[in-house]
Design a protein around this ligand. Structure first.
Ligand code: ATP
Length: 305
């Protein structure tokens, strides 16, 4: 008989009030086994506060948290199979990355072979004997991830794991996270970057002003793309396309026309324009603008980076 899969994270009406500030407001969140879940929202939306409640670092004002099937309470039993990277981990600057992990492994009762394995996973084995103080921010972050992996977690909770990293560091972190997910670890990460969530995550929960606005597959959040056309004479191209597709499907974006059609319609549209004496210099599928989607979801209040 197979054991039923336990839902990695479930919150019900999770709420946190700091004095007069309602930081998290009735959040019902569900992270499914094996997925990379992006908790997306602008700065101050309530992401870190939610993650801190999940990890038992602060107590909810009301509502409940279940981690891997265990109700999260003072015993922190639900955290046994959870690894976390939140609020920059504390390492000894004068020790190497390797020795720092050995210290942590000793406290956690984890054997030394596991230290080598996690250093490999985060691609830090080559620099493991260098002092922590000499590490770049990206390397420090990867060492933090290695520490979170020591106990072979089933669930990883990462607060803005790529924050402050350069593009190469961000890309490395993304690859590592996807690799962990491929190996069966469920990942919940927070981010204020739409493009990043798009690249790493399977599903996303969007939070703003403490409220979960939507929880959906990333592909559904992104909506539909458009076919972008650069053609001359511009007015003639616009009139022909409006006649063909209807005014609602033709959008003027600076010097280009953008069409609400299927990507597969591109060659027919090209032939139609050229057949009417219009010269087409570009015909390209444009992915939807996630930021726009987010602004629509949050009622058009522009405070996303
Ligand atoms: N300890 C605290 N005391 C008082 N207010 C707090 C505390 N922690 C967070 N807040 C407030 O709660 C709200 C949510 O903050 P939170 O840090 O959870 O947001 P966030 O989405 O993680 O944003 P960021 O990415 O900037 O950390 C903010 O208004 C913040 O000022």
């Amino acid at each position: 008989m197979t054991t039923p899969v336990k839902t990695p994270v479930k919150t019900t009406a999770l709420t946190k009030r700091f004095g007069g500030t309602l930081a998290v407001d009735g959040v019902d969140l569900e992270v499914r086994a094996g997925e990379v879940y992006g908790f997306l929202g602008p700065n101050g939306a309530g992401k870190t506060t939610t993650l801190r409640m999940l990890l038992g670092l602060i107590r909810p004002t009301s509502g409940t948290v279940t981690l891997l099937g265990e109700a999260q309470d003072k015993s922190n039993k639900g955290l046994r199979k959870v690894g976390a990277l939140i609020e920059g981990p504390a390492f000894y600057p004068y020790l190497s990355g390797l020795d720092n992990l050995r210290v942590l492994a000793g406290h956690a009762g984890v054997d030394r072979a596991r230290v080598d394995a996690v250093l490999d996973t985060v691609d830090l084995a080559d620099r493991a004997r260098d002092k922590y103080a000499t590490y770049s921010l990206g390397m420090k972050q990867r060492l933090g991830l290695a520490a979170a992996l020591l106990k072979k977690p089933e669930l990883l909770i990462l607060d803005e794991p790529t924050n402050g990293l350069d593009p190469a560091g961000m890309a490395d972190m993304r690859v590592t996270i996807r690799k962990l997910a491929a190996d069966g670890c469920t990942v919940l990460l927070s981010s204020h970057l739409l493009a990043e969530v798009e690249q790493i995550c399977d599903r996303v929960g969007v939070i703003d002003h403490g409220r979960l606005i939507t929880e959906t597959a990333v592909a559904d959040l992104r909506g539909e793309g458009r076919l972008r056309v650069l053609a001359r004479p511009f007015d003639r191209a616009r009139d022909l396309l409006t006649e063909l597709l209807g005014a609602g499907a033709v959008h003027v974006e600076a010097d280009a026309l953008e069409l609400d059609v299927d990507a597969a319609d591109a060659s027919g549209i090209n032939a139609g324009l050229v057949g009417h004496g219009v010269s087409v210099s570009e015909l390209r599928w444009r992915e939807p603008d996630l930021e726009q989607v987010f602004l629509e979801l949050t009622g058009g209040v522009s405070h996303v980076d």
